[in-house]
Design a protein around this ligand. Structure first.
Ligand code: H53
Length: 831
């Protein structure tokens, strides 16, 4: 069935003229050549991994040419570029994406078919490039796709982690983490650039030196030096009119620096130094939206910022430019506060090394930097202890003090004598342990600070930085997040993409607003039928994947209700859990309880040190075991937690979803982007009025979603009035019953109390995220889902409306917003 589906798609788009000239025959030959000449193997011996490698190399031959053309054009025009600094780029797999963007997917599919191979199977060989945790890292990946697609000069800068986000498995329901060795056997997509190595100082002390003109300046004498080795990943835009790069820095020991140790006979010491240096880019910190405050993490941040800033200045100098025009050529976007240290680093280079006047250097920094805030959660707002700074980056601390001294003068002018405001806004927090507040440094420096959805940006102004908003009235803006329709529709849902090609024309891939042209078809029975057949086929594919991964059998006729995102209490997987228990109880009470069969699917990684998140995973797995094997409920309820949720698995889950769970406590999910991917693929949202859900409701019509729960204002009110979860517990017998259930050993035979943590967090510990307050309304929303789903035509209409209304959430639109309001770039697409 799958094979048949793919053939139909291929025939439909056979007339595509690829962006890059390459016939099926040429592609076949190129793949064979790479198999023979690069991999030294032959058809009879090659396994799928070898075929994957050969195909990647064949694609690279086409890509690299475009890459050099782009680079020539950018340096020829001496273009202004944005440098997107991010500690995370959650790229996923690249082969299918690159082929789609080159418009060679069908060519490669035919070429491989001629060689007896299936491209979809070959694509499965690719390990995910999981250099990120979740939303923030995936956003960076979508943004660089859009920048290249739109033809803007841009470089992504990040870390070449040897191990990406850990691989997850379950042992007796508990999360086990294993290292992700994504490039153990090489990665065909990256090019090492030893010619662009950078050197990074650390530790040591600062000396004041008087120069020949009697002017004093600071010299930082490093105690250790690292070497940053750049690896470039080509980023091909859709239509291949631009191939930008993602430059990832790998840390190594700086041999030049260790030379003295060698000479002193310290061979072993030097080796120890070497492995220490290599730990800097060893592993991605697995925390999403929490700050760990570890020394290694600060060094990671400084390491990649220092390499990137130096690299940016190297390109600037190479073009023969002089400092006064630095801000005309360079824009630096800080993806969250993680790369904030780039600010004092640029100041240090300009003032200490280039000997520019402080005021002039500062005026450049103000024009160059801009900052995206992705969260209001206090535990995610980075602070570094002054003591740590003093040890690792002594000169940067001095520079931060000086920035702060001058900034506090501005505060004094605005609010004379108001020490409370000064204490609140100061970049340095006073207290038993003095801390550097990275977000304050970002806001003080940047010319623009943006939130990631309308409601979030408003809260940034009113709740997070109200005084900054008064001080700098035009600085705080909104840029609503987006997703790339290339990966999140065209590549992951080829059948739906083909239906849209046919219905609204192929242009939707770059102009997602075009999908609106399908809206009149939302009530057309023929179109509804085709739309829902595609959904069903995608569900069947997922049914097989579920069986393969877990052994669990589910029916494609059930409602597929999916929550996939990082595991965090504010995202409220535990609310989903207690609703599942509610349904289970209803079914046990009454085996004839009338409900449309439902499969609840989860995918989520918990930060390894986040106890409650791990308990929630454990509870979901234990409940799943019990529910799935309970014959009494006649298969009406299934619960599946898929292990190792990642981009490539997401690509199979979004197209198969009927219901998208977006159930964060209002005010806490800055935007969300999974919400957009679900809707684009025709799922209906059950969600709170939070993050981008609000703007989605504006686009789709709230009546076509299942909105529930407290609003941001109501959450605030309730918290101010004093929230007591016991009020809800004692007033709702169903709720009380399911919470009490968690204290028994029903789900964990012989181990009563194994799930009690969850109940405790919802009662004794105060239910910080208001699950109980939203429980009733959430259950009602689910009852409405059940009723609506029984009306096939109505459901299909809503699914189509959801998908066709997603135009606004194209990441190309987000990028155009940044260009217009923040970066002011020009397009330079290749002819
Ligand atoms: O960033 C996404 C948002 C999402 C938000 C997420 C995020 C991280 O993934 C990590 C750290 C952080 O501060 C925020 O939680 O709501 O959609 C992209 O903006």
């Amino acid at each position: 069935k799958q094979a048949a589906k793919k053939t139909i798609i291929k025939n439909k788009s056979a007339e595509i003229v690829p962006a890059v000239a390459c016939t099926t025959k040429q592609m076949r030959q190129a793949i064979l050549d790479r198999l023979h000449k690069s991999l030294a193997t032959e058809e009879s011996k090659a396994n799928n991994k070898a075929w994957w490698n050969a195909t990647c190399y064949a694609v690279n031959e086409l890509l690299f040419e475009k890459l050099t053309d782009t680079q020539k054009s950018h340096s020829g025009h001496d273009t202004r570029a944005v440098n997107y600094l991010s500690l995370e780029f959650l790229m996923g797999r690249l082969l299918s994406n690159n082929l789609h963007n080159l418009e060679l997917f069908n060519v490669a599919q035919d070429a491989l078919k001629g060689l007896g191979k299936d491209l979809y199977e070959i694509c499965e060989e690719e390990p995910d490039m999981a250099l990120g945790n979740g939303g923030l890292g995936r956003l960076a990946a979508c943004f660089i796709d859009s920048l290249a697609t739109l033809g803007y000069p841009a470089i992504g800068y990040g870390i070449h982690y040897e191990n990406g986000l850990f691989a997850q498995s379950f042992q007796d329901g508990r999360q086990i983490e294993r290292p992700d060795t994504w490039r153990e056997y090489g990665n065909p997509w990256e090019i090492c650039r030893p010619e662009s190595i950078q050197h990074v100082p650390l530790y040591g002390y600062v000396e004041t030196v008087i120069d020949e003109n009697g002017i004093s300046h600071k010299v930082w004498h490093a105690g250790q030096k690292l070497k940053g080795v750049p690896w470039d990943v080509p980023i091909v835009g859709y239509g291949a009119k631009t191939v930008n790069i993602l430059r990832l820095w790998e840390s190594r020991a700086d041999e030049a620096f260790d030379w003295d140790v060698f000479n002193a006979g310290g061979y072993v010491d030097a080796q120890v130094e070497k492995s220490k240096a290599e730990t800097i880019s060893k592993v991605l910190y697995p925390n999403d939206s929490t700050d760990e405050g570890k020394e290694l993490r600060l060094i990671q941040q400084y390491f990649f910022c220092a390499c990137s800033v130096k690299d940016i200045l190297r390109r600037f100098r190479r073009a023969g430019n002089k400092w006064p025009i630095l801000a005309e050529k360079v824009a630096i976007q800080l993806n969250d506060t993680h790369p904030t240290i780039a600010i004092p680093e640029l100041m240090r280079i300009l003032v200490d090394e280039e000997r520019l006047d402080w005021n002039f250097a500062w005026s450049l920094c103000e024009k160059i930097f801009s900052y995206t805030n992705h969260t209001l959660l206090p535990e995610a707002l980075e602070k570094w202890s002054v003591a740590l700074f003093e040890k690792v980056l002594p000169r940067h601390l001095e520079i931060i003090y000086e920035i702060n001294r001058r900034f506090l003068e501005t505060v004094e002018q605005k609010w004379p004598g108001d020490n409370d405001i000064k204490a609140k806004l100061s970049i340095v927090e006073e207290g038993s342990q003095r801390m550097v507040r990275m977000a304050n440094l970002c806001v003080v420096t940047s010319h623009k600070v943006n939130g990631v959805a309308a409601v979030h940006s408003e809260l940034v102004k009113t709740d997070l930085f109200p005084e900054f908003d008064q001080l700098y009235p035009t600085k705080l803006i909104n840029v609503t997040n987006g997703i790339t329709p290339r990966r999140w529709l065209k590549a992951c849902n080829p059948a739906l993409a083909a239906l849209y090609d046919e219905t609204v024309g192929k242009d939707w891939v770059v102009n997602l607003d075009k999908l609106k042209d399908a809206l009149p078809k939302a009530t057309d029975t023929v179109f509804q039928k085709r739309f829902m057949e595609i959904k069903r086929d995608n569900k069947v594919e997922l049914v097989n994947i579920i069986k393969d991964l877990t052994g669990i059998e589910v029916s494609a006729d059930a409602i597929f209700d999916i929550q996939i995102k990082r595991l965090h209490e504010y995202k409220r997987q535990q609310l989903n859990l207690i609703h599942i228990l509610t349904l289970y109880r209803r079914l046990l009470d009454n085996p004839d309880y009338d409900m449309v069969p439902r499969v609840f699917l989860f995918g989520a990684k918990a930060a390894p040190g986040y106890h409650m998140a791990k308990q929630i995973i454990y509870a979901l797995n234990k409940v799943a075991e019990k529910v799935n094997s309970d014959k009494r409920i006649k298969g009406k309820l299934k619960v599946v937690f898929l292990p190792n949720y990642r981009v490539s698995l997401a690509e199979k889950m979004f197209p198969a979803a009927d219901i998208s769970e977006q159930i964060s406590t209002a005010g806490l999910e800055a935007s969300g982007t999974g919400n957009m991917k679900f809707a684009l693929n025709g799922a209906l949202t059950v969600g709170t009025m939070d993050g981008a859900n609000i703007e989605m409701a504006e686009e789709i019509g709230a009546e076509h979603m299942f909105i529930f729960g407290l609003s941001v204002a109501e959450v605030k009110e309730l918290k101010t009035a004093g929230y007591n979860p016991y009020d809800y517990y004692y007033n709702n017998p169903e709720l009380k019953a399911v919470l009490d259930w968690l204290d028994t050993d029903f789900f964990t035979p012989g181990q009563p109390g194994a799930l009690s943590d969850i109940k405790r967090s919802l009662l004794e510990y105060g239910d910080e995220y208001l699950c109980l307050a939203d429980y009733e309304s959430y259950c009602k929303a689910h009852d409405a889902i059940d009723t609506t789903y029984r009306n096939k035509a109505l459901w299909a209409e809503k699914a189509i409306r959801n998908s066709a209304a997603m135009g606004k959430f194209n990441s190309d639109r987000s990028i155009e917003d940044y260009v217009e309001n923040v970066w002011h770039l020009k397009k330079y697409p290749l002819a």
